[in-house]
Design a binder for this molecule. Structure first.
Ligand SMILES: Nc1nc2c(ncn2[C@@H]2O[C@H](COP(=O)(O)OP(=O)(O)OP(=O)(O)O)[C@@H](O)[C@H]2O)c(=O)[nH]1
Ligand SMILES: [Mg+2]
Length: 224
């Protein structure tokens, strides 16, 4: 199974976090992916790479994605294999692009708005949504990342950590530095089921990530 680029649709932008209730507090909660990370780490770029379609706005100016953007997509099955997964192929999945956090020029009011949004979001986020924390491979686990992780630390939610812009680690010693740090991150946070080293730009590491995402999505559609 793969992501079906032709099925990708922008649904809407949410400005008021209260409107999240209409998305999650429903009889059949959505199955999907939630992208969160510091400003400019490449969340929107990764969405486009994962979905195979230029749908999320990419920008050189940090803090570009200000609203909560909702997208819909489907998976596409291998037509030669008639199995349960193919039957599920018509299911619609949800992808959420959260505004970036940790932006240096954020005002106090904006910071408070962000905390309020996260508190409300993690109060109602169902376990059928996989949290993808995107970090910059050059700057792992910044203070704002640690603050973000605290919001869902004690909740029964699944999360994976994605280091994007891996292509920017051009020397062996830079790559070794990050790799040596990974076990410590896993141990320290105990939140992540998996970690990925990827580049939205070069496509490096994306097939492995695809596989986990598809498995997660199918697990929840087939068990319904
Ligand atoms: N070299 C490299 N550049 C990348 C990669 N992913 C994203 N970029 C660049 O990083 C910048 C920010 O990308 P976005 O996808 O807009 O980042 P974002 O996390 O959505 O940013 P906000 O919406 O502002 O929080 C753009 O100039 C992208 O082209 C990558 O894997 N490698
Ligand atoms: Mg963005």
């Amino acid at each position: 199974m793969q992501f079906d680029p032709n099925s990708v649709k922008f649904l809407r932008a949410i400005v008021n976090p209260v409107d999240l209730r209409g998305v999650f507090v429903v009889p059949s909660p959505p199955v999907g992916l939630l992208m969160a990370g510091r400003s400019n780490v490449g969340k929107s770029s990764l969405i486009n790479t994962i979905l195979g379609r230029e749908i999320a706005r990419v920008s050189k100016t940090p803090g570009r994605t200000r609203d909560i953007n909702l997208f819909e997509f489907k998976l596409r099955g291998d037509k030669t294999v008639i199995n349960e997964a193919n039957i599920q192929a018509n299911s619609k999945f949800l992808l959420i692009d959260l505004p970036g956090y940790g932006h240096a020029e954020v005002s106090k009011a904006e910071g408070a708005r962000w905390s309020d949004l996260l508190a409300q979001l993690f109060d109602i986020l169902p376990p059928t949504m996989l949290i993808l924390n995107i970090q910059d491979a050059r700057h792992p686990m910044q203070e704002s990342d640690r603050i973000f992780l605290k919001f869902f630390k004690n909740r029964p939610l699944a999360a994976s950590l994605i280091f994007n812009k891996y292509d920017k680690l051009t020397t062996q010693s830079e790559r070794a530095r990050l790799n040596n740090f990974l076990p410590q991150i896993l141990k320290e946070s105990k939140l992540f089921r998996k970690m990925y080293l990827v580049s939205a730009e070069s496509g490096q590491g994306i097939p492995e990530l695809h596989e986990e995402l598809v498995n997660f999505l199918l697990k929840y559609t087939t068990s319904r």
